[in-house]
Design a protein. Sequence first.
Length: 314
Amino acid sequence: KVVTIAKSKKFRDNHGKVLLEGHRLIKDALEAGAVPQTLFFSTVGHLKLLPEAEIRRASLVKVKFEDIKTWSDLVTPQGLLGIFSKPDPAKMSYPAAQLANSLPLLLICDNIRDPGNLGTILRSAAGAGCEKVLLTKGCVDPWEPKVLRAGMGAHFRVPIISSLDWESVPTNLPAGTQVCVADNNDPGSTSLPRGAASAPASPKAPVKPSPRAAPEHEDEEAAAIPELAVQHYYEDWARAPVAVVIGGETQGLSPAALGLAAGTGGRRLLIPVVPGVDSLNSAIAAGILLFEGRRQLLRRHKQEDGRQKLPVPG
């Protein structure tokens, strides 16, 4: 059963259970209000590191360390595993410090399929003070063990809403949200260096530059991809509330992502790189854009606060 929860997304979805491993992750989950069902431990000492009142709600099962080694895919297991009810973002109690530093900055993950990348992206989202993270149906399951390890507790610091179709994405955004996309495909611009933030705008386009399309297909391709204003990521773009879309390296940004950005007056954000470099890793690009968005939002807030404190003439 433990191995099934760890390996099978279908089982996790059907039964509403997730598997957490290690003291830090389980402690973070308990403190955020996640509901424990069963805790497996190899020695009583492992339980002493957890909040006593919270673990009383779970069934405690002492097992051999060899069993935990069999269930775990870690090189050096800690001897502590927990089966939890799948967390509901609406019912979680996120850390007070996290809430106090949260900004009207959201992240939308589009086709992020690498577990390590998604976990790292979630960690950056928590660090940048994102208000919420939305995952489309093309993304890897955020509750997969590799994503949880790479996230380093981010799952219990920022709300994560997964398996969204693009029709439901706007309903999960605050009213008036402008959506910007990270993209390295700079159509027709010679003044800007070819930047890279995730992958080409067209899911079928390769990351490396390709020969121009045949004339009879150029009009079709242009019509399928909405036009967005293009600018460098360090130029002014973060106006509250704002959402950033990051695409995966394989398929890149979906047409739906570009359409949503176009419909909200969003922009395509370019991260200039040295010529010959095709693209940045999606997790790296997400970190750059989210922390730049945080910097811009905080600067704007400081400016607006300063204007409010100016004395009124007369």
